[in-house]
Design a protein around this ligand. Structure first.
Ligand SMILES: [Zn+2]
Length: 331
């Protein structure tokens, strides 16, 4: 589905289906100009996403050879299909850090390591084994790595008379980028700010405290002069600064919940045990029935909050030699 959402420049939203995924859809934004066109984010590496994009190009009479792509971050629902879509004459812009993560160019960082890290945090190995074949984020990544022009904070992408500024907003991913059209006060926020759901913040290899990074990136974006935010998923509504405050508050509550769990039980817990005790939108099902990949996301989210509290010495982390698992208690 394609809809026009802005006049000058001409901006369209393509709703790209993400089958069997709780996110439901990705918003791909297409900016049409008489010189080149720019597509922001693309969808998973699966046929449904590819078809949705191709249909949009046909409907808008856009040639791929005249179209470039900007990828806000490394997640498969944003970059998965870009390599298949882009033509030889298309440029693909992507933040430098996320591109390095994507191509495996960061020492010691790999998916297999992540499984080992999770298991040392108490995550059940049978769940992570099942996940290694079914995890959509992994399964629908690009088959082959596309070539990207890597962008740094402040870099400009020109489209006719319009200048889009790349803004580095680490947190959701280590090198997430938003795109800002200052003259029109428009912000393409990727998954940095979402309105109907809260962006997932997780613990990343090679990042000490991704929640701190995320909160700083939120504070930074809050000060931008923005009339309309175009988010990566669902609808955008209300003022950006109000939404930023809500998301910040959400994480403060989560931090308090983490502390409360440790206080109430009064014994050291591993991260998985803390995760099970956090509040999740379980829709009436028990933690045991929670889908594997939701358990994985919940675990990562909890770990990012634990990291934040450990860094501030609110809770302390000890390695339990017998079990090979880290345990947390209030400092
Ligand atoms: Zn996303």
């Amino acid at each position: 589905m394609v809809e026009k959402i802005y006049d000058k420049p001409e901006i369209y939203r393509v709703i790209v289906p993400l089958p069997e995924n709780p996110l439901r859809n990705l918003n791909s934004y297409l900016i049409k100009s008489d010189k080149r066109n720019l597509v922001i984010d693309t969808g998973f590496n699966r046929d449904e996403c590819y078809s949705a994009m191709i249909e949009a190009f046909e409907e808008l009479e856009i040639k791929i050879s005249e179209t470039d792509f900007f990828i806000t971050h490394l997640h498969g629902d944003h970059c998965g299909i870009v390599g298949r879509l882009a033509g030889d004459q298309s440029k693909i812009f992507m933040g430098e850090t996320d591109y390095k993560y994507l191509i495996g160019d960061i020492e010691g960082v790999s998916w297999d390591n992540m499984e080992i890290i999770y298991e040392h945090e108490g995550f059940p190995s049978d769940v992570s084994e099942r996940l290694s074949s079914t995890n959509q984020a992994r399964k629908y990544m690009p088959d082959r790595i596309f070539k990207a022009l890597t962008m740094s904070d402040g870099d400009i992408i020109k489209l006719g008379n319009y200048e889009f500024r790349c803004i580095l907003t680490p947190g959701h991913t280590p090198g997430h980028m938003c795109l800002y059209l200052e003259n029109e006060k428009l912000l393409f926020s990727g998954d940095h700010v979402l309105f109907d759901i809260t962006p997932n913040i997780t613990s990343w290899q090679g990042v000490e405290d991704s929640l701190e990074d995320y909160m700083k990136s939120l504070e930074m974006i809050k000060n931008l002069d923005v009339n309309i935010t175009f988010a990566g998923h669902r609808e955008s509504r209300g003022k950006l600064s109000d939404r930023v405050d809500e998301i910040l508050e959400h994480h403060r509550i989560r931090l308090e919940d983490t502390i409360k769990i440790l206080k109430d039980l009064d014994r050291p817990l591993n991260a998985y045990e803390i995760t099970q005790r956090m509040k999740w939108n379980l829709r009436g099902i028990s933690w045991q029935e929670f889908p594997d990949n939701q358990k994985w996301f919940a675990m990562g989210e909890t770990m990012s909050h634990i990291d934040y509290l450990v860094k501030r010495d609110v809770i302390s982390k000890k390695y339990d030699k017998d079990s090979g698992i880290y345990l947390y208690s209030l400092s």
